[in-house]
Design a protein around this ligand. Structure first.
Ligand code: NAP
Length: 474
């Protein structure tokens, strides 16, 4: 069997493992095995590539491996769960930068006469796409990171003629690309390479500018998709089949995730990317009439919350971003166990965009060993909400805001919500009067059947759990 057939067979095996792994990641019960399978695929791809590519010196590869392992390990140990979105943003950015460097290196190799490409126009087009997508992904992701890490303002930055400026840059980039492909490796090619590389880097930044902090998860998922497409193009540049496949998989899965998030917020991708959502204070955008917020906030103590919960038979826990901030997932699980021992049926209602990244709540609750069977998706829990004795809303706000269903003037109108307001009693855990990510007031907290348990969610829950413990000890 020829060497080429052997290598490509190994790449096909790696690709199959990637696809199976991705499929298995879609279910909590198979996710761990899916991760292992994908890892195995990656190992095969790396080993085969290293053996096949006639590596001149392994020194730099070992240095890169050691540095990458050390940084990756430090990130895994040090980065907090709430900082995951910005971490992912940075990783996407590095992926884009790596592809850009591969494209640039190949261009200069060709210019230097080290290699002569078989299909010059195809190689130039691949280099162009790699550098273009890689560049946009890199600076876009760095800007997204800065916004999420609060190094820069998280608000959308808008200026007059923004879309026209972006459009002109895009057109100039296309023109420079055409020139680059047409001129091959001469002086003009070098000039056009410089132009579209610089423009791609600027465009990445300006494209993310008008996007607000809360929409960043969608943008990050889209940048993730772009980093995959850049890797795919880089695969064409260096003629590596497994990189083409892996890049395509990242590109398409990122795109699917982006579409899922947009659907869950009932917004189009164009609206997320170009509307500057959140640039103006959202409360005023809602208008005073239909969305008028009336009623009063009624505080409740942990002791009284315990009394309400102790009598409940059907309890639904609705976690949101605040649970992630306070890292209350372990004490939430403890409370759920106590409620069950007390004879209540407990469910966790999971909204698809609760928190700040897709699956945020699932990950946190899994970390606290909450049984998967207790997690109920929004569409399945809503028909049951009216039969719930108590809904415990833990640091969730927008995903339980009834304005999304009732108030046509609300910026979040149309976003599906968990109907917490239908439960007989609502206990909402918050630190104060903070709004959700959209900046909107929430009528749920002012309803006659809602009680506010103020304080950090973890501390408040510990108070309630302490009451259950003292009952058990009595
Ligand atoms: P949210 O609307 O951001 O509200 C979080 C609430 O948690 C705040 O009202 C805050 O009120 C409270 N909070 C913060 N820290 C707390 C603490 N330590 N203890 C107790 N409460 C605390 O959260 P959400 O309901 O989960 O909604 C998520 C939002 O993100 C949605 O609007 C969604 O569209 C958006 N989004 C999510 C994704 C995703 O992938 N998950 C993607 C794009 C957009 P206080 O300040 O008063 O405590």
């Amino acid at each position: 069997m020829s060497r080429e057939i052997l290598v490509n067979s190994a790449y096909i095996a790696a690709s199959i493992l990637f696809i199976l792994g991705l499929k298995m990641l879609g279910r909590q019960t198979t996710a761990r095995r899916g991760n292992l399978l994908s890892g195995l695929g990656m190992l095969i791809a790396i080993v085969v590539t290293l053996l096949d590519q006639h590596v001149v010196s392994f020194t730099w590869i070992v240095v890169g491996l050691a540095a990458g392992t050390a940084i990756g390990l430090a990130c895994a140990l040090l980065v907090r769960m709430t900082s995951m979105p910005e971490m992912v943003a940075l990783l996407n950015g590095f992926g884009g930068l790596a592809s850009l460097i591969v494209g640039a290196a190949e261009f200069f190799r060709i210019r230097g006469g080290t290699v002569t490409p078989e299909h010059a126009a195809f190689t130039s087009t691949s280099i162009y796409l790699t550098v273009l997508i890689g560049g946009i992904t890199f600076t876009g992701s760095v800007y997204a990171f800065c916004k999420l890490a609060e190094w820069l303002s998280g608000r959308p930055v808008l200026f007059a003629g923004q879309h026209i400026v972006n459009g002109l840059m895009l057109a100039a980039m296309l023109g420079a690309g055409g020139l680059f492909v047409a001129t091959g490796d001469g002086r003009l090619a070098l000039a056009s390479f410089g132009v579209f590389t610089a423009l791609a880097l600027v465009l990445g930044w300006t494209l993310v500018m008008p996007i607000g902090g809360g929409d960043m998860p969608v943008v990050i998922s889209m940048l993730n998709s772009l980093s995959g497409l850049a890797a795919c193009a880089a695969g064409f540049v260096i003629r590596n089949n497994v990189l083409v496949v892996a890049g395509c998989l990242v590109g398409t899965s990122g795109l699917i995730l982006t579409a899922i998030m947009c659907r869950a917020m009932n917004r189009s991708l164009a609206n997320v990317l170009f509307s500057g959502f959140g640039a103006a204070p959202a409360a005023s955008a809602a208008g005073p009439e239909a969305g008028a917020i009336t009623g009063e906030l009624k505080p409740i103590s942990p002791e009284d919350s315990f009394a309400v919960l102790e009598a409940a038979r059907q309890v639904v826990i609705i976690p949101g971003y605040g649970m992630a901030v306070s890292q209350a997932q372990h004490v939430v699980r403890e409370l759920a166990e106590m409620l069950e021992r007390n004879g209540a049926e407990v469910r966790f209602a999971i909204h698809p965009v609760a928190g700040r990244m897709p699956g945020h709540m699932n990950v946190l609750l899994a970390e606290a060993s909450v049984p998967y069977e207790q997690l109920v998706e929004m569409d399945a829990i809503n028909p049951l909400m009216a039969s719930m004795d108590v809904a415990v809303v833990i640091g969730a706000n927008d995903v339980v805001n009834p304005a999304a269903a009732r108030d046509k003037s609300s910026p979040i109108y149309g976003m599906p919500i968990i109907n917490a307001h239908e439960a007989r009693t609502v206990i909402a855990l918050k630190r104060g009067k903070g709004t959700g990510f959209s900046g909107l007031e929430n009528q749920l907290f002012l309803l006659p059947n809602t009680r506010m348990l103020y304080g950090d969610a973890k501390a408040s829950l510990q108070g309630v759990v302490a009451e259950f413990k003292s009952l058990a000890g009595a």
